[in-house]
Write a protein that binds this ligand. Sequence first.
Ligand code: PMP
Length: 396
Amino acid sequence: MAVIFAERMDLMCASEIREILKITQRPEVISFAGGLPAPELFPVEAMKQVAVKVLNEAGQEALQYSTTEGFERLRQQIAARMNRKFNTNVQENNVLITSGSQQALDFSGKLFLSAGDVVLCESPTYLAAISAFKAYQPRFIAVPTDDQGMIIEELKKILETTTNVKLIYIVPDFQNPTGRTWSLTRRQQLMEVVNEYELPVIEDNPYGELRFEGDFLPAVKSMDTKGLVIFVSTFSKTFCPGLRVGWIAADSRFIERYVLIKQGADLHTSSLSQREISAYMDMYDFESHIANIIKVYRSRRDAMVNAMEEYFDSAVTFTRPQGGLFTWVEMPKHIKAVSLLKECLQHHVAFVPGDSFFPNGGVENTFRLNYSNMPEERINEGIRRLAMVMAKYNNY
Ligand code: PMP
């Protein structure tokens, strides 16, 4: 008898691109495809000291089961930092520690989405948020987006004509995949609409602290007067992803329910990881660690943007992110990013075609580039090769 899987599995197919990109792990390939932080910036030596201290001082607790909400000291530290960095006003009780922010996205799907419900997101949006939500069988509507963020007029039109909208998902700071940041006006306008419709918003913000230049912009969460914004973030990009520590900061009516979900999923996030991050922040200067990441990524961003200016045809456009890890390239309509990738791989250079960042597909001439994970010379060489292959499709 054949094994019958749950219906949701029909939507969860392995992506063709992921298979193609497997070869990018070979050292000769210059891969702009991943989203990996620079491993040479991980504070390995400091973490050895931290691990010894945690195990000496609280070894039994660090290896024991702990509360679902998370390690109290870490929740306090997160609330205090958020309020300082993002202008929010959250208390320790509003914070739930998650196993990476990816888990927060999955839980958000579980909390809000029944089959057929609608999720509104930016166009394009973060690929793995689409995957996380898909398990709950929603319908996605990608709201048109420009350099200032989601186009609020379009959002309003969609809301006027669509029933069952349950959730708005946004990445307003240095978005993955485009590197774009929402303007202050768009943030304010979004909140007006959200307040009118009383809709929950997931503000996914892993990159906000990695600003290289330009004015600070307050988090959407800081403008939230009705407790509708669920702020999700992580230590993956400011510290390291391997410890798998992220968080949700939200109104207690949401946190209570997320806690129930987490109890059913993994009881709690690693007690040891949580204590290690917390101890690191107590023992070392986390802000100067972040400042160092910013310095390195800024010069990698510069290397990539300069190389694109030098080598790309003027018919090809790209974003100049003020922070974060990614830039986004748009080619003339007739160039398909997937075909380009296949050819680029022969020249040992890789990127992620943009198609998969559009939940309903249909856009084939874009791709995402990551610049955080390699030195400037390699970035320059990779962009040179990429431009060379692109030029073959010459009559732009
Ligand atoms: N959201 C966004 C927008 C991301 O880019 C990422 C990581 N690539 C995540 C969430 C998940 O990160 P983590 O689970 O490591 O916290």
